[in-house]
Ligand binder design. Structure first.
Ligand SMILES: C[S@@+](CC[C@H](N)C(=O)[O-])C[C@H]1O[C@@H](n2cnc3c(N)ncnc32)[C@H](O)[C@@H]1O
Length: 224
């Protein structure tokens, strides 16, 4: 008997559904909390500026897991041809409202169907890989590698550490999600295994007076 099961549409992984549900619930509060945050963070601004210079003016860049678009807007102001992608429609509504003129679309960075092989000069994942289980990171970085043109650059930001932090009922919303923390050396190994050459590793200490409890890492890697 012929198997007519449709094998072309894979089920959405549970962690993706949980991430989308979480950010749909907290989007407005998250945007309010982080809207002006870059203004207080000179190292983040410096990393974004260096990244934009590595990519080059007019470079085509996708800000993956863009959230409310604070980094997308910053990268556009630095001269990049940037678009944003996120799982959460609520986040995207804010991103579009606050960044008129920038393209934002819904989707998962685990499967970038809208981007052909080698079509991007840059990929940014600013604190967006922190909800992807470690076992899924090789596939995620392979997808970043696929869409980057040779010589194209990745910027990856994440919290440094070994144990996840669970955010339970943030701002009173009935949602829970783990925020993974990772070691820069391990992330660099995974990027290298995906065919990316690490160009810089920036780690800054926690800004405890701004509410942080962990150091923050910013890796820039290039497709060979
Ligand atoms: C901590 S927020 C960071 C948002 C933004 N990059 C910033 O720095 O403000 C994580 C964002 O990544 C998005 N995200 C997580 N996993 C994703 C995936 N697989 N595909 C697309 N977006 C994802 C979430 O929906 C959320 O908006």
């Amino acid at each position: 008997m012929t198997d007519t099961t449709d094998t072309t549409t894979a089920p959405t992984p549970g962690f993706v559904t949980a991430t989308r549900t979480f950010y749909d619930a907290v989007a407005e509060d998250y945007a309010d909390r982080f809207r002006d945050e870059l203004a207080a963070r000179p190292l983040e601004r410096a990393v974004l500026t260096a990244y934009a210079e590595f990519v080059g003016a007019g470079g085509r860049v996708a800000d993956l897991g863009c959230g409310p678009g604070r980094t997308t807007g910053r990268l556009a102001s630095l001269g990049l041809d940037v678009s944003g992608l996120d799982l959460s429609e609520s986040m995207l509504a804010i991103a579009r409202r606050e960044n008129p003129g920038i393209r934002f679309e819904q989707g998962s960075m685990l499967k970038l169907d809208g981007h052909a092989d080698g079509s991007l000069d840059g990929v940014v994942s600013f604190y967006s890989s922190i909800h992807t289980p470690v076992d899924e990171l090789p596939a995620l970085f392979a997808e970043f590698h696929r869409v980057l043109t040779p010589g194209g650059h990745l910027l990856l930001a994440f919290q440094v550490g070994d144990e996840p932090r669970t955010h339970d009922h943030p701002w009173g919303h009935p949602v829970t999600l783990d925020f993974e923390r990772r070691r820069p050396e391990r992330m660099a190994e995974l990027l290298t295994s995906a065919g990316l050459t690490v160009r810089s590793r920036t780690v800054r200490e926690a800004e405890t007076d701004l509410g942080e409890s962990t150091p923050q890492a910013f890796l820039i890697a290039r497709r060979a």
